[in-house]
Design a protein around this ligand. Sequence first.
Ligand code: NAP
Length: 313
Amino acid sequence: MPAKIIDGKMRGSPRSPTHCSLSSSPIYLIKMPSKIIDGKKIADKILNGLKSKVKNMKQKPGLALVLVGDNPASEIYVNFKEKTCREVGFYCERFNLDKNISEMDLLNLINNLNQKTNIHGILVQLPLPKQIDEHLIVDSILPHKDVDGFTPVSLGNLISENAILVPATARAVMHLIESTGTNIEGKSAVVVGRSNIVGKPVAMMLLEKNATVTICHSRTRNLAGHSRKADILVVAVGKPGLITKEMVKEGAVVIDVGINRVNGKVVGDVDFENAKDAAGFITPVPGGVGPMTIAMLMENTLKAMELAQKILK
Ligand code: NAP
């Protein structure tokens, strides 16, 4: 006897029953709507936990925020970081530097901050103006104060499975995937984007959790062919609408890291409105990865203080 195929896909109205010939009573096969991952809610919970923890601490975790120039997006990000830092009760020092600052003056500031015992984390908002070598500046931050996790030491530690301070956005992505209850092990994960600050660290972290990882980038042929196979799809590109519904596997976990401004609105890289009908779980933009990244930065700052205390012992 040839096997009878039960079509599990519900194509009509979700209310109409699908009759299965193997049974006398109708079986209702309903396509579950995808669950929207509320990054803001998860982040608020983490921040409240940090706030209570820090309240009784004699010394507060200290974060230095360094902003060079007047890039409006960078200014918004630094404002958020400063506001959150103060709200959770951390100590914060902010430096707004002229866009024409010399590399040497910026290096001197970092060296100063490296020495300060009340500053546990140093964050230099990127990108920096053209006259400044970004690598040189990032590399000058002491690894145990590198709350962004961008120094070669931090990235090297991550690759050698000895992660200490991990890029906040990559931690945010992992946290959001885990919040869905998805078991990452053995899953097919596709990361679109291969930057040192998002794509590569996320790929490494997924690999460490035993996913089978594919990294896609601007030269990838047939992006849709890869993305459609992903149980977990992380998109960090910076191109609105790059990932359409047709590029998402039914039931996949979709994490949209992208931040784009379109007609005065902030949107991600995924066509959220349509892709949410295919995904099992999906993050919105705004309200997904963004708030979680800031929460992870605060956690990194607390961790940096604990590291400093260990080093001084
Ligand atoms: P990036 O350094 O510009 O990297 C973008 C990556 O996307 C590159 O690897 C690039 O490939 C790849 N790419 C470009 N066009 C592509 C295409 N058509 N198909 C496939 N891949 C393509 O950007 P990033 O710093 O990683 O940031 C990515 C996005 O995330 C941006 O929108 C940024 O604003 C956002 N972001 C958000 C947060 C947050 O907290 N929510 C944090 C950081 C970044 P190549 O390597 O081949 O050039």
